[in-house]
Design a protein around this ligand. Structure first.
Ligand SMILES: [Zn+2]
Ligand SMILES: [Zn+2]
Length: 319
């Protein structure tokens, strides 16, 4: 006799999975039921990310203005600095000190980049250094190919998973855990603010030719999508193209173009050889905008204790 109840019972795990994927757009806390090692893209959970890309296609409808471009560039610059200085050099590598308020501010601006919370980011990145270009590396072009190292990893169940064992020093801050859990909140807040700015400028200075929708598309969507792809070139391109000054165990490269685009992160072979320094350009001509920014912040007392490039590393970089 056919079991009429078997059908719905079998269908329910799929439905539960789909429902959870949608739920985690808003709240990432319930990570149970996800396979941490699944490497295929979770398309449903990736929908907001894909939507962000599609929103950029609205450019022909909203038009363009000088002020919208300036806001997009400014938001790229401020947020790239937050990613490299705070998400990467502070949270992931602890290469300088900051008060709890400054730490939170860095995390807040970092969270507006739509690259998830600081704990998630640091946990993945610490695993990247630990296992660089082995099969346990979250995003190695050597292991799972170029597209996966650039974007596929970011949208897979394994990519969504946070490895809490890697970040006990950060997980003790409730305010950081909050940013991590509700990682959509800050981006939505920024998008609303950018829209509001456009609407305000339309009323106050209509001759500037902008409005809410135009500012939203350029200032938030285009800026954020370019920011994302620039950031992840360090996982993909900077493990393929460039020079290798240090014979590290991984495939990391130094690439001046990527260093300009990412405010210093392109000196990636330097960084893999010695990740403990707040500076990634080891020679004076290796432009590292984040390092200059951190020096300026240290000079006015916002951050402190920038870890320099040790003399023995600087000496080897000169050879
Ligand atoms: Zn790397
Ligand atoms: Zn790193």
């Amino acid at each position: 006799m056919p079991n009429t109840r078997a059908e719905p019972r079998e269908a329910s795990p799929g439905r539960t999975h789909r429902w959870r994927s949608i739920l985690r757009w808003f709240d990432t806390a319930d990570a149970q039921g996800y396979e941490p090692d699944g490497d295929r893209v979770d398309w449903l959970r990736a929908t907001p990310f894909i939507g962000m890309h599609l929103a950029c296609l609205a450019v022909p409808w909203v038009g363009v203005s000088v002020v919208a471009i300036l806001v997009a560039v400014a938001l790229y610059a401020v947020r790239m600095f937050a990613l490299t200085a705070f998400y990467h050099r502070y949270f992931s590598h602890r290469t300088f000190g900051a008060s709890r308020a400054v730490q939170f501010l860095g995390a807040l601006v970092g969270a507006s980049c739509v690259q998830r919370g600081p704990l998630w980011w640091a946990a993945h990145h610490r695993n990247h250094h630990r296992h660089a270009d082995t099969d346990q590396d979250p995003h190695s072009p050597r292991i799972r190919g170029f597209v996966h190292s650039h974007v596929g990893w970011f949208l897979s169940p394994r990519g969504f998973h946070t490895d809490w064992a890697r970040i006990p020093d950060l997980a003790r801050y409730p305010e950081l855990r909050l940013l991590d859990r509700f990682d959509l909140l800050v981006p939505v807040g920024l998008a609303a603010a950018v829209y509001g700015l456009g609407a305000l400028l339309e009323r106050v200075v209509p001759q500037w030719g902008t409005n809410g929708p135009q500012m939203l598309v350029w200032g938030f969507f285009v800026s954020t999508v370019v920011l994302f792809h620039a950031t992840v070139t360090i996982n993909s391109l900077a493990h393929r193209y460039g020079s290798r000054r240090f014979d590290t165990r991984d495939d990391s490269r130094n690439n001046a173009w990527l260093a300009l685009l990412t405010f210093g992160e392109g000196w990636h072979n330097n960084h893999h050889f010695f990740p403990g320094s707040a500076r990634q350009g080891f020679r004076w001509w290796e432009i590292d905008l984040t390092w200059y920014g951190l020096r300026a912040l240290a000079a006015i007392g916002v951050v402190h204790g920038l870890k320099p490039v040790p003399a023995w590393v600087a000496e080897r970089a000169r050879r």
